[in-house]
Structures are given as C-alpha cells and as structure tokens.
Design a binder for this molecule. Structure first.
Ligand SMILES: Cc1ncc(C[n+]2csc(CCOP(=O)(O)OP(=O)(O)O)c2C)c(N)n1
Ligand SMILES: [Mg+2]
Length: 280
C-alpha cells in the first residue's frame, strides 16, 4: 500500500470535520446567530487536510503556520481546538482570539498558528521574517490574490536567498472576491517562484495528486505550491455564487459512504456548538 493510500482515510476524516463545521457556520449566519463577517472555506478543505496529514505522517511536528481570512479549515485540520473557534465566531472572550479576531483573524496558540491582520498578503513577509529569525519549519497560506502583492513576492525572493524552511501554500480559487485571475494578471505564481529559483509546483487540490507533489519537495528548503481549488460559498457570508460548482468532497463522501463519517461529524459539531452557545 502506498503512503498515500494508508493516509487517505485520515485526510477524509479531517475534511469531514471541516465540512461539518462550515455547514454549521453557514446555518448560524443565515439564522443570525453569527452577525460578524465570516469567510467560509468549504470546498477548499482538501488543501489543509492533505498537508496536515502529510506532515503528521512525516513527523514534522515542530512548525509555525500563518494564514489569512479563509482559515477555518486550516485551523481545524491542523488540530486547533474546536470549542475555541466556536466561541470566537460567537464573539465570546473565551474564543481563540479572545472574541476580538472573528472569522478573519483566528489564532491557534497551542498549534502555533498565527491569524491574519487584514492586510492582504501581509502574512508573506511576517512568516518569512519569523522563519528567518527562528528557522522553524513554516507554512504560509495565502489566496491567489494575496500572493500577488508586491511584498509577498519580495518575501519569496528572501526565502529562497536564505534557503529558509518555508512552504508557501497558495490556495488558488481563481477569485479575488469576484474577480477572476484572467482579469488581474497574465502570469502564474508557480512560474514566478521558479523564476526566483524556488522549488515550485502547480497542482489541483485532489488529495492524491497533492500528496505526491508534497513528496517531491524538501521539508528543509523553501517551496511554493499553487493549489487549484474552488470555494463553494460567497467570498464573505453565507450564500452561493454558482450552484453548479464542482465539490471534491462529494467524491470522497460517496467513496466512504459506509463509514458515515460526515453524518457523525455533523452530529458532533451540532452537539458541541449547542454546549458552547449556552456557555458563552
Ligand atoms: C492590501 C489589501 N487590498 C485589498 C483588500 C480587500 N480584500 C480583502 S480579501 C480580498 C480578496 C482576497 O482574495 P484571495 O487572497 O485570493 O483570497 P480568497 O478570498 O479568494 O480566499 C480583497 C481584495 C485587503 N484586505 N488588503
Ligand atoms: Mg482567491
């Protein structure tokens, strides 16, 4: 059995948790239990679920993670505490960012995950600077638009110049709010990184393809992964731009339907959510 095959079910389990969470948040926004802006990551969960499972498998335990606004799945897939995220979205001081960060700026102190400040792409120089300072293996997540920012590109240059152990993960949903890449630029991130002399890859968020791509990169060298994905819901809030959007998770729900993992995750989230909301 390949390493990927051994781990596919672990990736699927994480994706079920992420999906269950986002479905619940969607409902909570609709019924106005949540009133702050939320950035749902449903549809994109195989990126974080695959990378987190891969790094667990490789025993790459020491790491620091920098994210941006669409980060619920990243937080959960890397082991962030579920209750703290629920409290955060409900505005409680018990939340992972003391109820002050909201969906856009979640923090994961116990998993070394640093939330975003709101300036698109700022996590590029911040993650690179942190990695330059402490040399801890670093993951820097960014959207396809955030990664376009000049300071983000300069960070890639510095990371490669100093051979830092940092992986840039570009979650390329082909959208900056509603503007597709083709209206914004005629170049691709992986080619820019390659121009800087960095290992770089362009791959879909298919977990097997992504796993095999991760295996080609070195954990102690800088790399950039441009990962093509699709968000299922609006940029912010609970709504659907395009009903016919491809949903990768549906393939795995069907493949593992006997496991009932999604139903179990949905039920678990409902129960924990209910407990948290009565205990703000
Ligand atoms: C410097 C800066 N410019 C513009 C914005 C407004 N803004 C917030 S999110 C966003 C789009 C982000 O797109 P991307 O990085 O691809 O992430 P996605 O929402 O697609 O996951 C924009 C333009 C901002 N926050 N910061
Ligand atoms: Mg985008």
């Amino acid at each position: 059995m390949t390493d990927y095959k051994k781990n596919e079910i672990n990736i699927f389990n994480k994706a079920c948790l992420c999906r269950a969470f986002e479905k619940k948040v969607y409902k909570a926004v609709k019924n106005k239990e949540i009133t702050i802006p939320v950035y749902l990551s449903a549809g994109q969960e195989y990126i974080a679920s695959t990378i987190a499972t891969y790094l667990d498998f490789k025993k790459q335990n020491e790491k620091q993670i920098f994210i941006q606004h669409r980060g619920h799945s990243t937080y959960l897939a890397f082991g962030g505490k579920l209750e703290l995220l629920i409290y955060e979205l409900l505005g409680s001081t018990k939340g992972c960012a003391n109820g002050m960060g909201g969906s856009a700026s979640i923090q994961g102190k116990d998993i070394n995950l640093f939330g975003h400040d709101g300036l698109m792409g700022s996590q590029g120089p911040i993650a690179t600077g942190a990695c330059f300072g402490n040399k801890i293996f670093t993951l820097c997540f960014a959207g396809d638009a955030a990664a376009e920012e000049d300071y983000f590109l300069a960070s890639i240059g510095w990371a490669v110049t100093k051979s830092l152990p940092i992986w840039f993960i570009v979650e390329d949903n082909n959208l900056s709010i509603l503007t597709e890449k083709k209206f914004r630029r005629n170049w691709e991130m992986n080619n820019v990184a390659k121009g800087f002399g960095m290992q770089s890859f362009n791959v879909d968020d298919d977990p097997k393809a992504l796993w095999e791509t991760l295996e080609r990169a070195s954990l102690n060298q800088p790399a950039l992964f441009n990962i093509n994905t699709k968000r299922l819901f609006w940029h912010a809030g609970a709504g659907i731009d395009n009903e016919k959007e491809f949903d990768r998770h549906a393939i795995y729900i069907d493949k593992y339907k006997n496991s009932k993992k999604q139903e179990l995750a949905d039920q678990m989230i409902e129960e924990i959510w209910e407990k948290c909301s009565k205990n703000l």
